[in-house]
Design a protein around this ligand. Structure first.
Ligand SMILES: NC(=O)c1ccc[n+]([C@@H]2O[C@H](COP(=O)([O-])OP(=O)(O)OC[C@H]3O[C@@H](n4cnc5c(N)ncnc54)[C@H](OP(=O)(O)O)[C@@H]3O)[C@@H](O)[C@H]2O)c1
Length: 355
């Protein structure tokens, strides 16, 4: 098996480059070796180094590929087309980076790709879908799509607001809220996206860059009642949901979330791997910090991910997924653009082998 391959890499000095890797990577129990077909790009590919101190590793989490080796008693077999993501944290093994032609993943973080889910979309699905699912089904505790007919509690009513519903996390959160049967769902996005967000289940749309956005939301909730759930799905600065004007639209016991760490105890943070401890060392912090996992959170989020995969193209979709065409060095430039927000709407899948 040819195992020398290109990889998008970050060294221990946080310098990003394209390197040549040699394999094959050894497998631990419960792991599989994947020949990468597409790797999906996320802001975290770069931001986990620059913001959280995860270095000396191959970049990338999201993947779709073909299994080429398993351990004994695997639930997968050689030849299976799978998608999913790989572990993160300080000390992350290089074998887990998805932006390389051969990648190792724990089989518990993978699923078989159904026929209705295109491989390029499968490669971009897991990180953002799991993050949205953690917000909507674990922390907001809305009913899963399959259980939406069950009686809801009083706290499961009241307006839900998604700030930045055309971010990939926001797009998924909107569809999960709609599939859960929640009403009303208020969103902010650029005006050009409002029609498509209404088709996905938004009931009220606001332009986040309008100087009257908080006033407009305030007027809408006069008839709807105060906002019960709000998620900042972008991580914009300053925190749009911490503004004084926005506080007037909130219910007293509103649940507030942001997809990035906020220095404000009112805000919880949904994560893509809610069940796993997350070891980080932000720049300037002299020691590692362990963010404890919530093992009980896996079941609902994973159920929602599988529902999204099974219903993909019908009741659930990602923003448009573009297939990257260019060299490994150019792919690295695109990762930086995704991380600094200059690439805008949509997902990017890198085909393998990387050129
Ligand atoms: N906690 C976790 O585990 C986790 C997991 C995944 C992502 N994240 C974080 O979540 C954030 C979003 O990631 P993503 O991949 O979903 O992003 P993305 O798809 O790259 O988001 C792009 C979209 O953001 C929207 N946007 C930009 N600035 C905005 C603003 N000020 N207000 C409202 N919308 C704005 C734009 O919407 P328009 O087109 O409407 O202008 C744009 O289309 C990032 O900060 C990422 O690091 C965290």
């Amino acid at each position: 098996m040819a195992v020398s391959h290109k990889a998008l890499f970050v060294d221990e000095n946080a310098q990003f480059s394209v390197v040549e890797r040699n394999g094959p990577y050894p497998l631990d129990d419960g792991e599989v070796l994947i020949e990468t077909i597409f790797s999906g790009v996320n802001p975290a590919d770069i931001k986990h180094t620059t913001h959280l101190g995860i270095k000396n590793t191959v970049l990338g989490y999201d993947i779709c590929g073909r299994i080429i080796k398993t351990k004994d008693h695997s639930k997968f077999k050689v030849g299976d087309i799978v998608a999913g993501y790989t572990p993160s944290g300080v000390g992350r093994d290089r074998k887990y980076g998805s932006h390389q032609d051969y990648t190792v993943a724990p089989e518990s973080m993978l699923f078989n790709v159904p026929d209705n889910l295109p491989q390029k979309d499968a490669a971009c699905l897991t990180v953002v879908t799991m993050t949205a699912a953690d917000a909507i089904f674990n922390i907001f505790d809305l009913p899963l799509p399959s259980r939406k007919s069950e009686k809801t509690t009083e706290t499961q009513t009241g307006p839900l607001l998604i700030w930045g519903a055309s971010s990939s996390v926001g797009f998924c959160a909107l569809q999960f809220a709609a599939a859960s049967g929640h009403y009303p769902v208020l969103v902010t996005a650029s005006p050009g996206r409002h029609d498509s967000l209404i088709k996905l289940g938004a009931t009220h749309c606001f332009d986040y860059s309008s100087p009257t956005v908080y006033q407009d939301i305030g007027e809408a909730i006069e008839s709807l009642g105060p906002i019960q759930y709000a998620i900042d799905a972008v991580g914009a600065e300053p925190n749009p949901l911490a503004s004084e004007e926005f506080q007037r639209s909130l219910s007293k016991n509103a649940k507030l979330l942001s997809v990035i760490v906020r220095n404000d105890k009112k805000f919880g943070m949904p994560v893509a791997t809610p069940h796993q401890d997350f070891v980080i060392q932000p720049p300037g912090v002299p020691h590692v910090i362990t963010v404890p996992g919530r093992p009980e959170s896996l079941e609902k989020a994973w159920t929602a991910l599988l529902w999204a995969a099974e219903n993909y193209g019908r009741s659930f979709r990602l923003p448009p997924v573009e297939v990257f065409n260019g060299s490994a060095e150019e792919a690295l430039e695109e990762l930086h653009k995704v991380a600094n927000g200059s690439r805008g709407f949509g997902k990017l899948a890198i085909p393998h082998p990387i050129k």
